[in-house]
Structures are given as C-alpha cells and as structure tokens.
Design a protein around this ligand. Structure first.
Ligand SMILES: Cc1cc2nc3c(=O)[nH]c(=O)nc-3n(C[C@H](O)[C@H](O)[C@H](O)COP(=O)(O)OP(=O)(O)OC[C@H]3O[C@@H](n4cnc5c(N)ncnc54)[C@H](O)[C@@H]3O)c2cc1C
Length: 453
C-alpha cells in the first residue's frame, strides 16, 4: 500500500493530482464506465503531460507495483483500474491541435472522440472514430478502432501517422513509419502492451460538417426481415456509406423491442440520398430519423442509450456470413433479454478497412462481414445474474456462426489468452517479438496481454 510518506518523493517530479485511498476524490477517480468494475488502486496518478507519465512509470517500476493505464475509461473489461497498484490516469491530458493545411491532428491521450470531432469539424475534417462521444481515443485507436467512416478511410489505427510513447524504462519514443516502425506496426491494434502513448497524430479527411444518415427503427415482428434486408444492402455498400443494424429496446423505458439500422453517408449527397431511399423501400418504420445530420451529431446520437456508470457485460464475435439461421437466432434470443437497456448490434466491415492486408498493421480483423456484439447493460445490480446468464446463453447460441477473429477492444472480463490469439491470429507471433523488444518484463500486463516471445 502507498502512503503519503512513500509518495512524497514523487511529488517533486509530478505535477498532476495524486489520489490515495483516504483522499476524498479517490472513489470518483477509480470509477470506470462499467459499474461492474470495482477495483481499488493503491494510488491514482492523474498525469498532466508526458513528463508526468515518465515520473509515474518510473515511480511504479521503482516500487515494483502493478500498473494499469486509463484513457477514456470505457474498456468494458475494466483494464484501466487495478487492485493495489498504480493507476496511471491520462484523462486530464486534453490537448488537441489541428493543422488544416496538412489535414492532421495531434491529440493527447485523455481526449474523447466527441472532443476530437469538435475540434476537427471546426475545419470540416474528421477521421474514423468511435460512435459514442465519451469513448477515449487512446484505448480505441490502440485496439484498432471501428466507426462509421471505416469503409472509406479504414479503421482509426489506419489513420494514425505517429504516436509518442513512454516505455517501461521511462524512455520517450516516437513511433511512425520512419521512427521505430516495428513499434508503430504493433501500436496499430496491439493495445496498451508496449508502453503509454501520450499523444496521437491522425490523418484527417474532408467530412461534413453536414452529412446524411441517422437511425431508422421498425417493429419487432419484422426484425428477421429487417436484418435480412440489411444483410443484402450491405453486400453492395459503397465505401462512403457506413452501416450497422441492431435489436434494441424503445428508449422510453417501455421495454418494447425494436429492430433498426444506423446509416452514415459521408460522401456525395446523391449516393447518400439514393441509399436512404433504398432503405425506406423496406416498409413502414416506427421511427424514421434518416436525413441531414452533422458528423458530430451522428457520433453522439446513441450516447443516451449507453450511459456511463451502469452494469455492462459484453460479448462479441465476427461473422463473415450472416445466414438466415444466425438472424433467426438473434431475433429469438433478443426477445428473452432481461434488461430494457440491452442491445445487439451488427457492425458492418467493408471497403477501405478490409483492403488493408492483415499483416500491414497489428489489427487482425480485415474481412468483409459483420462484427456481432452483445451489449448487455442494466442499471440494477440485483439483476447481475439474470443478465450475465442471458448473455452467455445468447453468445453460445451464436458461436456456431462465427467465422473466427474477435475485436480486441470488445474482449470481456472472461477474456484469456485464447481471446488474444483470436484477436490477433497470424499477427500474434510478430506482436510477441515486438513485445519482447519494448517490454521484455511485461511491465504493462493489465491489458489484453501479449506475452513477450
Ligand atoms: C459505450 C462504448 C462505446 C464504444 N464504441 C466503440 C466504437 O464505436 N468503436 C470501437 O472500436 N470501440 C468502441 N468501444 C470499445 C472501445 O474501443 C474500448 O472500450 C476502448 O478500450 C476504449 O478506450 P478508452 O481509452 O476509453 O478505455 P480505457 O478503459 O481507458 O483503456 C482501455 C485500455 O487501453 C489501454 N490504454 C488506454 N489508453 C492508453 C494509452 N494512452 N497508452 C497505452 N495504453 C492505453 C490500456 O490497456 C487500458 O486498460 C466502445 C466502448 C464503449 C463502452
């Protein structure tokens, strides 16, 4: 355990806030997005910049403490908090600089997607990012980063130009195609295994501010046909259109299940309008929110349906095909979901994200298809058992349809080395070599851990 006495030396080289278990601010600081995670770090070091990160890493190493790293705190497996060790919290590092001439942005590791989008959209620019505005750019980009623009511009990590990183020995390195290219390869999908990234430089693209898209919802009795219609539309989707389908509950708390599609048309208005008309041909929606929307708007429209601080237990798997039987399994199973907050989504992969060779970056999911995700969430902890059991049963029912591969950022609390193998596939052995070079002692192991070769 850390005390005021053994952190007094750190105070001289650390400018940020320090929260010990007896501090008033400790409880609020250790909390993450997922209320199921209740870990008690020995000390929380809230870094103000790269020099604080160096001091925090050196302090943890010298004290032989375990280290967890917090960016936006959204990881549902709760990897950002540890028990007894040092929680290195980057959430106060909010600097963003956009260079409109080069179409690039550099952002510090505590920035959330809503904050980055706001700054880049001031110049009519954007890059692929998360669809909930409070998700951290750090964890999302390091795991790959899927979002509405990935058909057009690749995953978030494909747009990373460079990263500044503090390694386990406290050194500050740049990773890019020119400097430490092996590390740069590994950072684009390999998660927090290699050090603490303090800032990210992204390639930006002209997007919006106004685009076409939104949400369209249909009655549950047509859910099977809605998902089949989505599947068939997605087969010939232009790069500039991103699509997801889902089974959700009405947002009014009534518990009424609905099926729906989310569409983001970021390219030409003609292509977008034609696609929206095709969707409308399906039939009578209960809610049609498709039309002009800002890029920032589409990336925050689901925020209220995924609130911070409720219980979460997610599971996911990849579907190269979406056979009728998989759709029927989803629709039958979702009807038994015990929580009004639960949802099930198909995130469509196509276009630019799937044209990058599997071995070009560490991110292993490069096939056309749909990432199936069970977003199990509920507010009342007395319902833990019911929701966890339902999620496990639902996942088991879907497993026969999975084609292999798993998104590392959705690996849940039950994740193990098999999940890591599934996420990285043929890239895992190279990742283990890079891990051996940059973190041979596995100092950064509270993550989806890549073991040093
Ligand atoms: C509501 C919600 C919506 C989501 N939507 C999307 C989405 O649209 N697309 C998508 O791809 N994913 C999405 N995700 C998953 C998301 O990518 C992961 O949860 C990711 O880990 C979040 O990053 P974070 O910085 O917020 O998380 P944290 O919990 O802070 O960090 C997760 C882990 O990442 C590593 N890490 C974080 N920051 C750093 C750093 N600076 N340096 C080194 N390692 C670091 C650490 O190992 C850390 O434990 C969503 C998650 C939630 C809860």
């Amino acid at each position: 355990m850390f005390t005021e006495a053994n952190i007094s030396a750190l105070r001289g080289s650390f400018n940020g806030a320090i929260h010990l278990p007896e501090s008033e601010s400790y409880d609020a600081s250790r909390r993450l997005y997922n209320a199921m995670i209740d870990r008690r770090p020995g000390v929380i070091l809230v870094c103000g910049g790269t020099s604080d990160v160096v001091s925090a890493v050196n302090f943890a190493r010298e004290n032989k403490a375990e280290v967890s790293v917090r960016g936006g705190g959204h990881n549902v497996a709760g990897k950002a908090a540890c028990d007894g060790g040092v929680m290195i919290d980057l959430s106060a590092m909010k600097g963003i600089h956009v260079d409109p001439a080069r179409r690039t942005a550099r952002a510090q590791a505590g920035v959330a997607w809503g904050e980055l989008n706001r700054e880049t959209q001031a110049f009519g620019l954007a890059t692929t990012g998360g669809v909930i505005s409070s998700t951290g750019i750090a964890g999302l980009t390091l795991g790959g980063g899927i979002g509405y623009l990935m058909g057009r511009f690749g995953v978030a990590a494909d747009n990373l130009l460079s990263a500044q990183i503090v390694t386990a020995d406290g050194a500050i390195l740049t990773a890019s195609n020119e400097e430490n290219p092996d590390l740069f390869w590994a950072l684009r999908g390999g998660g927090g295994n290699f050090g603490i990234v303090t800032s990210f430089e992204y390639q930006l693209h002209k997007v919006g501010p106004e685009i076409l898209g939104g949400l369209i919802m249909f009655p549950y009795d047509s859910a099977v046909d809605v998902l089949k219609y989505f599947r068939d539309l997605a087969r010939s989707l232009p790069d500039e259109i991103g699509m997801q389908a889902g089974l959700v509950h009405a947002p009014d708390g009534s518990g009424i299940p609905l099926s729906g599609m989310i569409v983001c048309c970021s390219g030409s208005k003609e292509t977008g309008q034609a696609h929206i008309e095709k969707i409308r041909q399906f039939g009578s929606p209960v809610m049609d929110g498709l039309g002009p929307i800002t890029y920032e708007g589409i990336n925050s429209m689901l925020d209220e349906s995924m609130p911070r601080g409720v219980c979460n237990y997610w599971k996911s798997g990849f579907l190269s095909d979406l056979p009728d039987a998989a759709i029927e399994t989803m629709v039958d199973g979702f009807a038994k979901c015990p929580s009004n907050m639960g949802g099930m989504f198909l995130e469509h992969f196509h276009g630019a994200a799937t044209r990058v060779p599997v071995d070009a970056t560490a991110f292993g999911l490069r096939s056309t298809g749909d990432n199936f995700i069970l977003v199990s969430q509920w507010a009342d902890p007395s319902q833990n058992e019911a929701n966890i059991s339902w999620t496990r049963e639902m996942y088991a029912a879907m497993e026969p349809f999975f084609s292999g591969g798993m998104y590392v950022n959705y690996i849940d609390v039950d994740g193990d080395q098999r999940s890591v193998q599934s996420a990285y596939g043929s890239n895992l052995s190279r990742l283990r070599e890079v891990k051996r070079k940059y973190d041979p002692s596995n100092f950064f192991h509270l993550n989806q851990n890549i073991l040093p070769a």
